[in-house]
Write a protein that binds this ligand. Structure first.
Ligand SMILES: C[S@@+](CC[C@H](N)C(=O)[O-])C[C@H]1O[C@@H](n2cnc3c(N)ncnc32)[C@H](O)[C@@H]1O
Length: 289
């Protein structure tokens, strides 16, 4: 089993092992390992590999219900949330939270770019924010952030992440509710942002309305483009194998044009190299005119 090296000296959370053929994925969270497997059998050799590198191993077969907590396999039992560091920013991790432990490691390089693009005097909107990791990076870059998610639990987690990074939440905004409703409300209010981040789930249902990434991305991009200042940027992500990259790009561009705006520049950002060419996460950075 091959281990991927630490990506940067001030990053202690990354995908340390990736083997799609064998169906084994291991994420390293400052010495705690979260092992995911395609099958219901724990893979041989993981404990031996962890010795001297990890302090504990938790395991979650991927076929379990998303809310199922990973189970303890080896080493220290984790009883409380803990912190990890990514490019100097700090994030709270909770293995008992279900769904995901607090951060999507595959977004590390996009997060760094968000920080680099965010400056004092700019405004960044993070829709479908989860625990606000993109907002933290934008705020560390100096931007005034708006963090939007359906879940109060995740907005509360966002503010804890702000506190871990000594960011004052009073300088930032949180919106609880449906992204589509909020984006339309912001447009009616004439609000504009220098940067808009869209990272929706593959499927979402709210008040009997459904959103499917592969079907509805153009309308989401249209709403977001209306809020983006001329010369501003959008980060559009889609987390699904179902949508081919060309079709995804077509939908994003169609949405931006439907908003009466144009694409000044568009760049595809591949996933971090430790994800070994897996391309389920598609990221487009678009400058909007
Ligand atoms: C894929 S996660 C986003 C990950 C996040 N961008 C990150 O990088 O950490 C999807 C998030 O969208 C939220 N969500 C789902 N449907 C939503 C909706 N209709 N409006 C707003 N947020 C929604 C979920 O609560 C969840 O936190």
């Amino acid at each position: 089993m091959r281990l991927n090296p630490q990506p940067t000296p001030d990053t202690n959370a990354w995908r340390i092992h990736h083997d799609a053929d064998a169906g084994v994925w291991i994420d390293h969270f400052d010495g705690r390992w979260l092992v995911q497997t395609r099958s219901g059998r724990f893979p041989d050799g993981v404990e031996a590999l962890a010795d001297g590198i990890a302090t504990s191993i938790y395991w979650r077969p991927r076929d379990l219900d998303a809310a199922t907590e990973p189970t303890h396999r080896w080493g220290e039992v984790i009883t409380e949330p803990f912190q990890v560091e990514e490019n100097g920013a700090r994030f709270e991790i909770d293995f008992s939270a279900g769904y995901s432990p607090g951060i999507f490691l595959d977004q590390r390089e996009n997060r760094l770019l968000v920080r680099e693009k965010s400056r004092s005097g700019t405004k960044v909107l993070n829709a479908f924010a989860y625990t606000g990791a993109f907002s933290v990076m934008a705020a560390l870059g100096g931007a005034e952030t708006s963090t939007l998610d359906l879940s109060k639990t995740y907005l509360d987690w966002t503010w804890r992440n702000f506190a871990l990074n000594r960011l004052n939440r009073e300088d930032h905004h949180g919106c609880k509710g449906d992204a589509f409703e909020w984006l339309a409300t912001f447009a009616r209010q004439g609000r504009e942002f220098d940067g808009v981040i869209l990272d929706p789930p593959t499927f979402s249902r709210h008040k009997k309305k459904t959103f499917k990434t592969d079907r509805d991305y153009a309308s989401l991009a249209e709403l977001a483009a209306k809020l983006t200042k001329p010369g501003g940027w959008m980060l559009c992500c889609a987390n699904t194998h179902k949508l081919y990259p060309g079709e995804y790009q077509r939908q994003v561009e169609e949405g931006i044009r439907a908003a009466g705006r144009n694409v000044l520049n568009l760049k595809k950002k591949p996933m971090p190299t430790e994800f070994n060419g897996d391309d389920y996460l598609k990221s487009l950075w678009v400058d909007v005119g």
